[in-house]
Design a protein. Structure first.
Length: 193
């Protein structure tokens, strides 16, 4: 074969190999991307109640690692899943505290980053919706069930992490826009006393 044909053959093979590698990389990346549905699937794979203490600890660590890899929007979808509430209620107090230790700092930072990046009109919509949801949950008594499950120490931990993220991560416009939500949370906490 002439050197010119060999050069063309090697060029074509090189381009084909590059395309195959790129397609494989994209497929691998998509498979590794964590979504709310995948995390719920992870929860349903092995319910906590069927595991030993050591297996439960590993499972909770795995859950926290997956939750921490969720984007802000995916984390919001995950938060709304009823299965996470059931799993959280199945956890012991120590397990809940560990899960919160693993997920709260990252979640609060992600939330503040997302709020900082939102256009002001969208941020206000999100805050208004959150205020309405908090009011509704408070009126329907959903809050009481979760408060009992969380316990005072975990509630304090959530409030402290939230305020820390609010004060250190939120820009001034975000702080102004979040004020109604902060006031609603304060009202709910005062009613619970």
């Amino acid at each position: 074969m002439s050197t010119r044909r060999q050069l063309w053959l090697w060029t074509i093979l090189g381009v084909a190999a590059a395309w195959i590698a790129a397609v494989a990389g994209i497929m691998i990346f998509r498979g590794q991307r964590v979504t709310a549905e995948k995390v719920v699937g992870y929860l349903e794979e092995k319910p906590l109640r069927s595991l030993s203490v050591e297996e439960r600890a590993r499972r909770i660590e795995g859950l926290a690692a997956r939750v921490n890899r969720l984007s802000f929007d995916e984390r919001q979808k995950f938060r709304l899943e009823k299965r996470i509430r059931r799993t959280f209620l199945e956890m012991t107090d120590a397990e809940r505290a560990r899960y919160l230790d693993l997920t709260l700092p990252r979640g609060m930072r992600n939330m503040m980053d997302a709020f900082n990046q939102m256009p002001p009109h969208k941020r206000k919509q999100v805050v208004n919706r959150a205020v309405i949801e908090l009011s509704r949950a408070s009126e329907q008594g959903d809050r009481v069930e979760m408060e009992k499950a969380l316990g005072d120490e975990n509630l304090k931990k959530i409030a402290a992490e939230g305020m820390k993220a609010f004060l250190s991560e939120a820009n001034s416009q975000t702080k102004l826009d979040l004020q109604p939500l902060i006031e609603q949370v304060q009202n709910i906490l005062q009613m619970g006393r």
